[in-house]
Design a protein around this ligand. Structure first.
Ligand code: GLN
Length: 186
């Protein structure tokens, strides 16, 4: 199964490696042609505003919207979650808006406040989770299923074929969050 990883900015290599460990053909997506044949798409952590600008510059925004319309599953981690959210409460723009949540950018604090914890993830169990300037979910629409919370704020959610997580599964050895996404893609 071929899975694309948006590769214009962010911790792309870590996602490619994690998917590779699961035997997946993970392809870096830098231009529209790289989306051919993908059965799922991953947005990495990084800087959402920079990723958005580079996606526009690379002509990737419309092809990704088309992929979403076709029902291809999409998974966004951290900055990726910000890119997929319908609303950003502390930022004037919004980006793809594929999932009916409102997020607060950088809600977990500054880079120096990064931390690792364990979360109880629905249908998976306890999972190690790294938070780096992470967005927290402040509102969820009626169709959104909350999969994990941290200190009362939702940090992982799913709506239809869109999965988002505030934390970075690519930075730990635990691959079960990817397995959950890959089940959506199969
Ligand atoms: N704060 C970043 C943003 O909103 C996300 C940080 C991250 O991906 N680790 O784009």
């Amino acid at each position: 199964m071929r899975i694309g990883v948006v590769a214009v900015q962010g911790d792309v290599r870590e996602h490619l490696r994690a998917l590779g460990r699961l035997g997946i053909e993970a392809v870096p997506v830098l231009k529209p042609v790289h989306l051919e044949g993908v059965k799922g798409l991953v947005f990495p952590g990084g800087e959402s505003t920079a990723i958005w600008r580079l996606l526009k510059w690379s002509g990737l925004v419309e092809p990704i919207e088309e992929l979403h319309r076709e029902g291809i599953p999409i998974f966004g981690t951290c900055a990726g979650m910000v890119l997929l959210a319908k609303e950003i409460v502390n930022w004037p723009e919004r980006f793809f808006g594929f999932i009916d949540i409102a997020v607060e950018r950088n809600a977990s604090g500054r880079q120096v406040d990064s931390f690792e914890t364990e979360l109880e993830v629905k249908a998976i169990g306890r999972v190690p989770a790294v938070f780096i300037r992470a967005p927290y979910i402040r509102r969820v629409g009626p169709g959104v299923e909350i999969l994990a919370e941290h200190e009362g704020a939702p940090v992982m959610a799913r709506e239809g074929r869109v999965l988002v997580a505030s934390f970075h599964p690519e930075l730990t050895d635990d691959l079960r969050v990817y397995e959950l996404f890959l089940k959506m893609c199969a």
